[in-house]
Design a protein around this ligand. Structure first.
Ligand SMILES: *Cc1c(COP(=O)(O)O)cnc(C)c1O
Length: 392
């Protein structure tokens, strides 16, 4: 019996050397050993995120990072734009509302990206908007935004920009400083080959300045309070030390590979997965040209939510492949494949072969071998084989 193939879009599989690293004994978080780990982790994150900004670490899941961004940038009654293209964008908007911000939503249909022109128009219609919150990679729909174009619009109007790249950073091309991103949120359990438990937030000088006057209530998540400790290579409260060890090791692996190579690896694996899924006759939720290289959302090949559930259960119990269902209104309608972090071509072939076996087992397909051929073509950078294959 082998290990399960955990291919949900977070938490993601851990390399053996990361697991070993995370199992080390505890150390004093106010001592020199921890300060060295902290220094290395922050340096690695700055390198991977292409930023010279401070990177604050909080012991919480990614949502804590989203909340930190909102409460440090906004005051009650302040108008802010939240770009919503799925569950995570909606979550951020709800956080804004919870703290009394005047939330303007720019909502697009599920599967669509945010159109930078719509951002431009919304900012023109609502000149009082001070801050724009946007999701880089919407994990619920498998859509990646054109972040550079959106950032260009936001920055040309002199607004503050906060980006949720929880499921993008470390995997998708991301130039935090070149795009002028004021607050960038990511989380340990997605692209970083580490377990859940740390939100990492890159905070620029203008955002720190804003946080000094922002009136939303906060204590644990206050940027200024955390920065004061991090200036001494400590954290304000007890850090998630084991997750820090893991993150350090994951970052070491990324450094060995090179961040451009990691981005290219995710792009290739993303193409392989999409080609394989489409070769099996299934349809992708995300709009062409905006399909994510970290998570693929697939329209259900079954005619009922129960039959889709049966497929996912068969995959998990018989083939040890763990995939994710849809969230909220997409529940029973789609399934999602996470392909981020510790993944390469061999894993892509495994995922596709197991998925195809499950489709055959549950009677949703009768013929195998289609996905692998398509993925191989993608891996070679070639177009799909010219030779026609009969499905049936
Ligand atoms: C996973 C994720 C989050 C945070 O989720 P947590 O469960 O709180 O870690 C936020 N945004 C996106 C896009 C995500 O994928």
């Amino acid at each position: 019996m082998g290990e399960p193939q955990l291919r949900v879009p977070g938490p993601t599989p851990l390399p053996a050397r990361v697991v070993r690293s995370a199992s080390r004994p505890m150390i004093n978080h106010r001592g020199p050993e921890f300060a060295a780990v902290m220094d290395d982790v922050i340096g690695g994150l700055r390198w991977a995120l292409r930023t010279d900004n401070e990177v604050l670490l909080y012991p919480c899941s990614g949502t804590g990072g989203l909340e930190a961004a909102a409460v440090n940038l906004l005051s009650p009654g302040e108008q802010a734009l939240f770009c919503v293209m799925g569950s995570f964008g909606e979550r951020w908007a709800k956080i804004g509302e919870t703290y009394g911000a005047d939330v303007v939503r720019l909502t697009v249909p599920l599967g669509e990206p945010i159109d930078p022109e719509d951002v431009e128009r919304t900012l023109a219609e609502h000149p009082e908007i001070t801050t724009v919150f946007v999701t880089h990679n919407e994990t619920s729909t498998g859509v990646t935004n054109d972040l550079a174009a959106i950032a260009g619009v936001v920055k040309s109007r002199g607004k503050m920009l906060a980006v949720d790249s929880v499921s993008g950073a470390g995997c998708l091309p991301l130039e935090t400083d070149a795009l002028g991103i004021d607050v960038l949120v990511t989380g340990s359990q997605k692209g970083w080959m580490a377990p859940p438990g740390i939100a990492m937030i890159a905070v620029g000088a203008a955002a720190f300045e804003r946080s000094e006057t922002a009136k939303c209530p906060r204590f644990y998540l206050d940027f200024g309070r955390e920065k004061k400790s991090q200036d001494k290579n400590q954290t304000a409260t007890t850090p998630a030390i084991s997750v820090m060890f893991a993150l350090q090791e994951g970052l070491a692996m990324l450094r060995e590979e090179g961040i451009d190579n990691a981005w290219a690896r995710h792009a290739r694996v993303g193409r392989m997965i999409r080609a394989g899924v489409e070769a099996m006759g299934m349809k992708l939720l995300a709009a062409d040209g905006h399909r994510s290289d970290t998570v693929t959302a697939v329209h259900s090949p079954a005619d009922s939510p129960e039959a889709l559930k049966n497929l996912l259960t068969t995959l998990r119990t018989k083939h040890r492949l763990v995939l994710a269902g849809g969230q909220e209104s997409l529940q029973g309608k789609i399934f999602r494949i996470g392909h981020l972090g510790f993944i390469d071509d061999a894993d892509a072939y495994t995922i596709l072969a197991l998925l195809e076996a499950g489709l055959i087992d549950t009677g949703l397909r009768t013929r195998g071998g289609l996905a692998i051929a398509a993925a191989q073509s993608e891996a070679r950078g070639a177009v799909a084989p010219a030779e026609p294959v009969s499905v049936g």
